[in-house]
Ligand binder design. Structure first.
Ligand code: FUB
Length: 512
């Protein structure tokens, strides 16, 4: 078991403000997240006729940890007290847009109102479109029958996360962009065409995605989410005297979302109070792909700068101070390895830095033929060695004295292949096996990223697309083994791979 005494060791901790009472029973109905009966994400807001509307994607519940997102509709919620939120249901989904290729990817969206009509800007994973309605609660229909900004249009990149702001003089501006690309453009008066004068913004620190444009006291604000590499970073903001920049990068205004590698914000004024709307993975069963929308108060300084927002468990109108989220354990994705090398898992421990006792964590074998030895020096990417080959289920448990959380992962541990009859470490590889029998073909991976590899045994193709390995979720030492029966006296085995960096070696050993 590993104990942490120093807060700073926990590199993933996000919230460092002081806190009051140590234990907190969540009896207050207003605590964050504000929507608790489903997983909601990518919030945007609109205030219309005195009512606060929250627009979110709704996530399916079957993939809390693994790519891809499964967001199958957009819901609208309304509130007039910022305590209770009425769910108006799945007002829009991807089927409204015939051109949408990713039907289960209802990514970020925003509704704005112009001249009595409501324009709902949406994106899937690669195109931005717009629907229109005479009523905020719909029905909405595709306003142009094609994307407003399409991934086929190669002058743009990162075709996600539209945000639209309508200025006091009636002119409208759209910003969008993910994966570090940020673009802005005036919209034509019809709201369904880009005007001239697209800009690209490149000076925002660690810009990743989720732009949100608004104006206060004559100053334009552009909030956005950042990336600090593997995990997403805090929400930041920039300011400008003009809606299309130049933008002055400002500061962080919200810490990393609890239990979610993304965050996505909306900043809105309602009944003379300002709010930060964002998402995290705090609901039971929540995580990177089962997120939940939260709301907290946001305050401006007199000079127009924004104060850092405190993420609370009790929401914008609650009374109790933010307390302790409890730590979260991610054991990583299932992996394979050789007994001689062990495996480095993409495990990690996430906490808010509030603990009742020194934080501890441990790994243990739940099922498996042997024991494990773990390199415990880090809060992530634990290196595990095994005493015997075989199939293991191992468990990571973490506690801060307030809550204990665990997660498990399967690791298949191979003995070093015996009876090797052929091997190659240059690609494409072509090998010949001249005897009938049952053989094992071992592929030694260097990386799980972009795994486009094809194994061809006697002209039969075995395409290999490993799952769960996007964004670098790859075990450091992965070996994949295929058992094949070679029925001929001369057998040809070929391996094609996109890059030599993906696979280091192919090896064939005889099993009988
Ligand atoms: O929900 C899918 C994507 O994750 C959004 O478009 C991004 O802003 C991030 O929240």
């Amino acid at each position: 078991m590993r104990k942490f005494k120093v807060l700073a060791v926990l590199t993933l901790l996000v919230i460092t403000e002081s806190f009051g009472n140590k234990c907190f029973t969540q009896t207050n109905e207003n605590y964050n997240p504000v929507i608790k009966h489903m997983y909601t994400c990518d919030p945007s807001t609109i205030v219309d006729n005195g009512t606060f509307y929250l627009v979110t994607g709704v996530e399916k519940t079957d993939t809390p940890y693994n790519w891809p997102f499964r967001i199958n509709s957009w819901h609208i919620f309304s509130s007039t007290d910022m305590k209770t939120f009425k769910d108006h249901g799945p007002i829009l989904d991807a089927s409204a847009f015939k051109w949408m290729t990713n039907k289960s990817e209802c990514w970020a969206s925003q509704i704005v109102k112009k001249d009595g009509k409501y324009y709902w800007y949406v994106c899937d994973w690669g195109n931005i479109g717009v629907a229109v309605s005479d009523n905020i609660l719909g029905p909405y229909h595709d306003a142009i029958g094609k994307p407003l900004i399409s991934s086929k249009d190669t002058q743009f990149k990162g075709y996600i996360d539209p945000t639209v702001y309508i200025d006091e003089d009636g002119s409208s501006y759209i910003y969008w962009g993910g994966m570090g690309n940020l673009f802005g453009c005036k919209l034509k008066d019809n709201m369904i065409e880009l005007d001239e004068g697209r800009i690209q913004v490149t000076n925002l620190k660690n810009y990743e995605e989720a732009p949100w444009l608004f104006k206060k006291d004559g100053l334009y604000y552009l909030a956005y989410s950042t990336s600090n590499g593997y995990r997403k970073g805090p929400i930041r903001y920039a300011t400008s005297a003009s809606p299309l920049g130049p933008w002055q990068d400002r500061d962080d205004i919200l810490g990393v979302a609890y239990n979610s590698f993304t965050n996505h914000e909306a900043i809105v004024e309602y009944k003379d109070k300002w709010y930060m709307v964002y998402h995290n993975g705090a609901l039971p069963g929540g995580g990177d792909y089962n997120r939940s929308v939260c709301i907290d108060r946001l305050f401006f300084n007199e000079d127009g700068t924004i104060q850092f927002v405190e993420q609370t468990t009790c929401g914008p109108e609650g009374k109790n101070a933010y307390n302790n989220w409890g730590p979260h354990a991610y054991a990583g994705v299932d992996a394979t390895c050789l007994i001689t090398t062990g495996v480095t898992l993409n495990s990690r421990i996430v906490d808010d830095g509030r603990m009742i006792e020194d934080m501890w964590w441990k790994w243990e074998v739940v099922e498996g033929p042997g024991e494990i030895k773990v390199d415990m020096n880090s809060v992530k990417n634990h290196k595990i060695n095994f005493t015997k080959a075989g199939n293991y289920k191992i468990k990571l448990t973490v506690s801060d004295g307030y809550a204990t959380n665990s997660d498990d992962v399967n690791v298949k541990v191979y003995d070093i292949p015996q009876n090797v009859v052929a091997e190659s470490d240059s690609f494409p590889a072509e090998m010949s096996v001249k005897k009938k029998g049952v053989y094992a073909i071992h592929l030694y991976y260097n990386t799980g990223y972009n795994l486009k590899t094809e194994l061809i045994v006697n002209n039969k193709s075995y395409p290999i697309m490993l799952e769960k390995t996007q964004f670098g979720y790859d075990p450091s030492c992965a070996i994949y083994t295929y058992n094949v029966e070679l029925k001929k006296d001369i057998n040809t085995i070929r391996l094609k791979t996109e890059s030599k960096d993906i696979i280091s070696k192919i090896q064939i050993s005889k099993l009988d």
